[in-house]
Design a protein around this ligand. Structure first.
Ligand code: ZN
Length: 216
């Protein structure tokens, strides 16, 4: 019966994160999770003098896994919009210090196969909500096997240098959006490409971050 209920319930009456019935965009338990988890860190892996701050809304736990799955496989702008609203409600992203929103790009072959890029859906909704321009300024220079099929060392090697900016980004303060942060290799490689194109600042926003046990 639950699947039937989920099918019939309009998305706006569900929590953007856990999908349970909710009058507000983010239900109280999920809001408490968000408040408890305002994860900010500086990625030290960038090969440039600048660093990129990573801001995650939630830990990648069971509840969040569900919403990420829906975002990935349902091509639903309403889920992306609800998540963008959740980001806005959490007030964790420095929108005043951003003048361009972009997303981790998907390789063309995979994009054609799936028809959309969930990171881009989310980035577009965030940009619209904050009245900021969205542009896909990054491109994949080669196809890479999915990160989750590889070990730790292979993951870093897999995406290093796999991205390039399509335009000069001198002086741009960029918000780079992705759905999940696991090892950080993908977003770091993207941030590096943005800095190579002379971006002034890069902030990374992800819905969920995988953490090693005890790291919360
Ligand atoms: Zn919830």
């Amino acid at each position: 019966m639950k699947w039937l209920l989920e099918l019939l319930l309009p998305p706006r009456l569900r929590c953007a994160i856990c999908g349970e019935q909710s009058e507000v965009n983010v239900c109280a338990p999920c809001k408490a999770d968000m408040a408890a988890f305002q994860h900010l860190r500086t990625t030290g892996r960038l090969g440039y003098s600048s660093s990129a701050k990573t801001i995650a809304l939630l830990p990648y736990n069971g509840r969040v896994r569900k919403v990420i799955h829906r975002l990935k496989f349902s091509n639903s702008p309403s889920i992306a919009r609800a998540l963008a609203q959740a980001f806005a409600e959490a007030e964790v992203l420095p929108f005043a210090a951003v003048d361009l929103v972009t997303a981790v790009p998907m390789h063309r072959a995979r994009y054609l196969e799936r028809g959309y890029n969930q990171a881009e859906l989310l980035a577009r909704e965030l940009a619209t909500l904050q009245k900021l321009p969205f542009r896909q300024v990054l491109t994949r220079t080669r196809a890479t096997p999915p990160q989750n099929t590889l070990g730790r060392v292979a993951r870093a090697r897999n995406v290093a240098g796999a991205f390039a900016a399509r335009e000069d980004l001198t002086g741009r303060r960029i918000l780079l959006v992705d759905d999940v942060y696991t090892t950080g290799n993908t977003v770091s490689a993207c941030a590096e490409a943005l800095y190579q194109a002379k971006a002034q600042d890069v902030v990374i926003a992800v819905v969920a971050m995988s953490l090693a046990p005890g790291q919360v």
